[in-house]
Ligand binder design. Sequence first.
Ligand code: TXA
Ligand code: MG
Length: 317
Amino acid sequence: MFTTEIGKDLQKARHLLEQGELVAIPTETVYGLAANALDVHAVAKIYEAKNRPQFNPLIIHVADIEQLKSCVEEIPTDCIRLIQAFSPGPLTYLLKKKSIIPDITTAGSKYVAVRIPQHPLTLALLAQLNFPLAAPSANPSGYVSPVTAQHVLDGLHGKIPYILDGGNATVGLESTIVGFKDGEVVVHRLGGLSIEAIEDVLGKSVKLSITHDAPDTPGQLKSHYSTRKKLIVGDVEQLLKQYGDNKIGIISFQRSYNTNHPQMILSSKGDMAEAASRLFSVMREMDEMNIETILAELVPNEGIGKAINDRLMRASF
Ligand code: TXA
Ligand code: MG
């Protein structure tokens, strides 16, 4: 057991990580639960603290392209273009790993998922460390990802010594994951960077390979991102007729519904980035309300709206 502390002390975070301990770190997407990616004992603590299945590999975080090169065998041309356009940022690259990356970090895979996060505190921390950080989202396995230091504390209190507080995650959705196969760019997880933005830079279409039943990216299990309350996705007007007598709460994109049930709007001005940045906080707040069921509507299925809808659908299974 630890007394979990929240603070902005970079040196404290650095020392703990150098000693093989866990530190939750802020990123622009969601908070990560970090450990030295090269230290098998430190990485094992991540799986334990999150109660994460050992078959689910971790994303590693690096300071810059030089450090990225020290972790992977080769970087395809398409990947270099994406790095130039979007890193640091909410894009993760699946690349053949070098042997310094231990098997436990990649759950036995020859590929490692790696990204350069866009957050000043975490970039400063990474620059001071001489190892990359393995960091999955800093929530107990299966629950909604944390976008504030308090969310991390709510889920991992007593299990980790320190949370580096970098304020609210600005993007609010996990990174988009891309791989490279036979000259094609393959999207493995929808996330904070839109497919359209990726295709614009590449000047070609990407392939979608988003599995819900595990094999390639085991973290894509259906139960991922679930609220504790039952969440139903659909036409809220219709659902209200069916569930109107129950204790319900409503999550909507832009409009409010004519009802006395509690409701939360993702973005009253219909701004997709704002909706994304609020989604996980809103889901967590609904979980704390005195309701039994959450009714949610999908957002327009374009840009990062696709990732928002993906998270809502997963939470509803
Ligand atoms: O934005 C993000 O990506 C956040 C922040 C902290 O960086 N991290 C995050 O990590 O969302 P996590 O562990 O919650 O999700 C990582 C996903 C999982 O679906 C995992 O299965 C997949 O990436 N993944 C990681 N390494 C992989 C690998 N070597 N091969 C295939 N999938 C991998
Ligand atoms: Mg996660």
